[in-house]
Design a protein around this ligand. Structure first.
Ligand SMILES: Nc1ncnc2c1ncn2[C@@H]1O[C@H](COP(=O)(O)OP(=O)(O)O)[C@@H](O)[C@H]1O
Ligand SMILES: [Mg+2]
Length: 366
């Protein structure tokens, strides 16, 4: 709670739970606060409860328990159109029978803006997404990316302070998706809009967000800025879900001065940073990022911990070498090394020694 409580919170979920059938909780105990202007992403596998959380914030679903607040005011019983929230969804299509300008006019008419004010706002919103000359076209006459830009303009046209986006780029190809990712974050930051963004794509979450809430099974597993999530995962789920990760299983032998001595299942002893293990006898998954592992003796850092390994595969990828190893019984141990003139190239079957710094190695829940 301490982590998620923010004094000047703009959006707050306070002990929120949701059940659709009166039996199973799909959102279990959500505590989350966003300050004004933050870009927060809810990231997690399908079915983890992200859309449900967004729908409760938008007002299309009611919370079974707990309170949702916007700018200090409880909004549980306020209907969607009175919450002043802009929305963009993957399947929340434009109205096909209306022109682009009419599509943008709609949320303004609902909010009782007059004609001249509507025209000025529509022009501004379309210019913002570089669609200024498309006002008189119909959605079917635009490409997928253009339609998505119009959907974004429609969400922003009434100048909401909060915008919710649920997988808005899911239907676009990779190149366009990357361009739109940049445009959305740029617009949100320039306009000072608070954004709650939902995706199952970790790269999208890491590149766009101020903070990311990693969801699994109706709970936030970790809430942190992107670099912290990647470098300091607090549990095995986050370590596995964000980026590539190596795990070695074993048992905690002792914990002294912030260092856990772990006996791997193959018998090897290694040091690791105890994250969510607390006492000897506990099973653990030790986690190490592929780029933190070194096999070049010349480059091995002082204090590095070493283990024997067998090379199973060595792939030249241009900028990096990707090596798959057998380490302590794990055949999927991956090492990534930057391509450099003096970097050693390995061959399958070679027996080598690998090493890493104990602080790069985290003892997590099994
Ligand atoms: N309208 C609904 N009625 C009943 N169950 C639902 C409904 N919407 C979602 N669920 C269930 O709630 C869980 C969470 O779904 P959802 O919030 O859509 O997750 P996500 O967006 O992370 O994929 C899933 O098990 C899903 O089947
Ligand atoms: Mg969803």
């Amino acid at each position: 709670m301490a982590d998620s409580a923010i004094n000047d919170a703009f959006v707050e979920f306070d002990r929120v739970q949701k059940s659709y059938d009166g039996e199973n909780l799909v959102v279990k105990d959500l505590n989350l606060s966003l300050p004004k202007g933050e870009f927060l992403t809810m990231l997690g596998p399908s079915g983890s409860g992200k859309t449900t959380c967004l729908m409760m914030l938008a007002g299309f679903e009611t919370a079974t328990h707990g309170e949702i607040r916007l700018d200090g005011r409880e909004i549980n019983n306020i209907p969607p159109h009175k919450r002043g929230i802009g929305m963009v969804f993957q399947n929340y299509a434009l109205f096909p029978h209306m022109t682009i300008a009419e599509n943008l006019s709609f949320p303004l008419e609902v909010r009782k803006f007059g004609k001249s004010e509507r025209e000025a706002k529509i022009k501004r919103a379309l210019d913002m997404v570089e669609m200024g000359s498309f006002g008189s076209r119909r959605p079917a006459q635009l490409s997928g990316g253009q339609q998505q830009r119009v959907a974004l303009a429609r969400a922003l046209v009434f100048e909401p302070e909060l915008v919710l986006m649920d997988e808005p780029l899911g239907a676009l190809d990779k190149q366009l998706r990357e361009k739109m990712q940049f445009e959305i974050t740029h617009l949100a930051h320039t306009l000072g809009i608070t954004t709650v963004y939902v995706t199952h794509d970790q790269t999208e979450a890491l590149t766009m967000s101020d903070r990311v809430a990693v969801f699994d099974d109706g709970r936030i597993q970790q809430l942190a800025p992107p670099d912290k999530l990647y470098e300091e995962p607090e549990n095995s789920f986050v370590a596995q879900f964000i980026g590539e990760n190596n795990t070695l299983e074993g048992v905690v032998k002792e914990i002294n001065n912030g260092v856990a001595l772990v006996q791997l299942d193959g018998g090897e002893l290694i040091d690791a940073k105890p994250i969510n293990v607390s006492k000897p006898g506990e099973r653990t998954r030790v986690s190490i990022r592929p780029e933190r592992v070194e096999y070049n003796k010349e480059r091995m850092q002082e204090g590095a911990h070493t283990l024997k390994a067998e090379v199973l595969e060595f792939i030249y990828m241009g900028d990096i070498f990707r090596t798959r190893l057998r380490v302590a019984g794990n055949d999927e141990f991956v090492v990534k090394t930057r391509n450099a003139p003096d970097q050693v190239r390995l061959k399958p079957g070679e027996q080598i020694e690998i090493g890493w710094l104990p602080e790069d190695c985290r003892a997590l829940d099994a």
